[in-house]
Design a protein around this ligand. Sequence first.
Ligand code: PLP
Length: 414
Amino acid sequence: MSNTGVADNILDVEKIRKDFPILTQSVRGKPLIYLDNAATTHKPNAVIERVRKFDAEEYGTVRRGAYKLSETATQLYEEARQKVADFMGAEKKGEIVFTSGTTQSINLVAHSFGKRFINEGDEIIISNIEHHANTVPWQVLCEDRGARLKVIPVNDDGELVMEEYEKLLSPKTRMVAINHVSNALGTINPIKEITEKAHAVGAKVLVDGAQSTPHMKVNVQDIDCDFYTFSGHKMYGPSGIGGVYGKMDLWEEMPPYVTGGDMIMQVTLEKSTYAKPPARFEAGTPPITQVIGLGAAIDYLDEIGLDKIADYENSLLEYGTRLFKEIDGVRIIGNARHKASIISFYIDAAHPHDVVTLLDQDGIACRGGHHCAQPTMIRYGVPATTRASMAFYNKPEELDALAESVKKCIRFFS
Ligand code: PLP
């Protein structure tokens, strides 16, 4: 244990940092301190090199060609799907549908599940602390189908009020769509309990896993959710790739969302029939290279171990929270008992956009804004927050530097 209290026997962070070439650079003459991992994460050499090798030596289209390059690419592509299935604890690899990321995944489910299962008078439940990606698609669906959107409130610490959730559930509830981890506050939601209660009234559950998959071990069979989404660029993999787990019996009943090549069984000029899942939901040429890169990112995370990552990041979170609580003039927004490594804070003296501009002068990359969670900002009475989101390559010394820079900011604006 170092004098910061952050456990230094869980991971060899200095060794891990050498895997990430981007972290060695200076910004404005200072060593880069990257604390915007909830927005997007950086890539280890293992991913960069795997993508380079694939593009240089193995690239081909998938699912079509009968020649060697295409066969190899198809095999690697399907191996990556298996890696994702294992990573998330899915029973079958075909339950994983590749998309461009969580946003497209939720739109896919809202459209397709909605077309098949949502009718006038039905109800969908979300929470007050969702990303817009898990809000707007359900609003649009409700408008289209004459359904009603209900919202679970949160308490002052950023936790879902579970008694209110229970009151919102009814036989009319068709879908409960909730994030596993809130990107704006860091709250870890009790999704297993949420799922159990939703299933008790016959509703299905979609978990937005954009912020959980990089930071904790997830098992979709244990949670028993019906859908679970993820984004590759938040998991140390490439951008433009992600996906959604869904239970096979549901996928089989759902109509396609995007149509065209590769998702059909047969096409005549009069009518088309559709392929079985997952192909039914993967029309067109997929982001092949990005899928291979995602597979390499999963190998990398598995090698380090998600349990160790979660333990180390919790330790960082505790240290950072302690530091921030000692700074006069800083208010932490989101103090849930169960949190992932996100500290969202507000300084009365300055707008977060100004705060992050000053932090940048010290080489510190933090996000200032509403984090695509405007209803959350409204709930806590702030226009925006400054957010430091940590990864396992961050060090306690970086949080010291952040705290000093924030103090400087408060002096500057006061
Ligand atoms: N859901 C949550 C909780 C997020 O944090 C994000 C991105 O920040 C998204 C959804 C959208 O993910 P993407 O932009 O990768 O589609």
